[in-house]
Design a protein around this ligand. Structure first.
Ligand SMILES: Nc1nc2c(ncn2[C@@H]2O[C@H](COP(=O)(O)OP(=O)(O)OP(=O)(O)O)[C@@H](O)[C@H]2O)c(=O)[nH]1
Ligand SMILES: [Zn+2]
Length: 389
């Protein structure tokens, strides 16, 4: 049996301001009793095969949520009447959300209620935005109810204090506690200056240098690795998020993307948002949405960091040069001459690719919104017909 407490569902989480307190208390009592006695599948009401449980969202898919409950993990959908009430994307369940669920042993469970969030990362979703409809800019929550925000930045490449400070601001606003983790310490001989410069500016925030590969500094993270606590990982692609998660887990639970040699295709990172529970009881949220929060910084700084490359583009013979094989391409010429390092060019392409992924994501979200609009309509029809279609 999975103890719900392991998933951070301690009593405090159950109280939700706009829920009837008596209902909450009776749910709570029932649930706590069940937890104490050890709730098993056999406790589920035999006739309806359904019971009301609390759960936590571990994955968000296009139309389905993965939820952890005292009865184990299950698939769930939003209850029709809840869909009816949902007025903004913000109210859709997000990874890390605590929810009230009608558990169905034999099939799909239904999400009845999303509990109030203690902390959250969201970003504006402009997918429904059109001129004159400013109100349609939706807030999309990408992670909820986390305790710590691990901000990862690598020591060996593109160390940028201002970017880290911006991350810290975003983290404080989210309701989580930021911790800055400088990665790949094994690749830098002396990082004491970077460390002290950052510490002077990141006031009140722990700054820790680590190497997940060499196992350096990981013990300094121990005070944050508390069973029942949830940590969100933030940082640009390639800084070593997955590698650190694996090191903390003591096993390879995340795919590590080695820098791709072939630049022609985008990398396929998972599109599933997820919450993982380590054996230690620490929970980690790693979602593509979170990566995008990092993205948005990369995009901003891309021209700045690679201005030499973007200057070259202006010198290409064709204005629509793809810099692959065209005659008169200034990029290819610079690589040939050795004034532009091949590695640096690949790096640029890789980061550019991720920026593209963000744009694709907007299309994906638009689809999703239309999808919900459709079921919303269906739900309304059903409501009018007394539950029938
Ligand atoms: N030398 C060294 N290399 C590291 C360290 N941590 C990660 N790397 C390497 O950096 C590369 C990227 O690591 P990942 O863990 O995939 O980075 P990520 O932040 O998860 O990247 P995305 O999945 O793209 O967001 C891999 O080649 C890792 O082996 C470290 O501490 N030292
Ligand atoms: Zn070119």
């Amino acid at each position: 049996m999975i103890d719900l407490k392991d998933y951070g569902l301690i009593k405090d989480y159950y109280i939700d301001d706009d829920m009837n307190k008596d209902t909450v208390n009776s749910f709570q009592d029932g649930l706590c009793r069940n937890l104490e006695n050890g709730m098993h599948k056999s406790d589920v009401d035999r006739e309806s095969h359904q019971s009301i449980l609390y759960g936590r969202v571990t994955q968000v898919h296009r139309e389905m949520y993965k939820v952890i409950t005292p009865n184990g993990e299950c698939n769930a959908k939003l209850k029709g009447s809840l869909l009816n009430q949902v007025v903004s994307a913000e109210e859709f369940p997000a990874v890390g959300d605590f929810i009230l669920l009608k558990y169905n042993e034999q099939g799909e469970s239904q999400i009845l209620k999303v509990c109030k969030r203690r902390s959250k990362f969201s970003r504006p979703d402009y997918s429904g935005h059109a001129a004159g409809y400013a109100k349609t800019i939706l807030e999309q929550v990408v992670a909820a109810n986390f305790d710590y925000v691990f901000i990862l930045a690598s020591l060996n490449y593109d160390f940028n204090i201002n970017r880290i400070l911006r991350y810290i601001t975003v983290a404080w606003e989210s309701g989580g506690i930021p911790v800055v983790i400088l990665t790949k310490a094994d690749l830098v001989e002396d990082y004491s200056e970077q460390l002290s410069r950052l510490k002077n500016q990141a006031i009140g925030v722990d700054v820790i240098a680590v190497s997940a590969v060499a196992g350096m500094g990981l013990d300094q993270l121990r005070e944050y690795l508390i069973p029942g606590k949830t940590i969100v990982f933030l940082g640009s692609s390639g800084v070593g998020k997955s590698t650190l998660v694996n090191a903390l887990a003591g096993e390879d639970i995340m795919k590590v993307n080695s820098i791709r040699e072939d630049d022609s295709k985008g990398r396929h990172t998972t599109t599933h948002r997820q919450l993982i529970r380590l054996d230690s009881g620490v929970m980690i949220i790693d979602t593509p949405g979170m990566r995008e929060l990092g993205m948005w910084d990369i995009k901003e700084g891309l021209g700045e960091a690679f201005s030499d490359i973007e200057d070259l583009f202006l010198q290409c013979k064709f204005s629509d040069c793809t810099h692959r094989s065209e005659p008169g391409c200034a990029v290819l010429a610079a690589i040939e001459e050795g004034t532009l390092e091949q590695k640096r060019w690949k790096n640029y392409l890789q980061i550019k690719n991720e920026a593209k992924y963000t744009q694709d994501k907007a299309a994906y979200l638009k689809d999703k919104k239309e999808f919900f609009k459709k079921i919303n309509k269906d739900a309304k029809v059903r409501y009018k017909n007394g539950g029938k279609r």
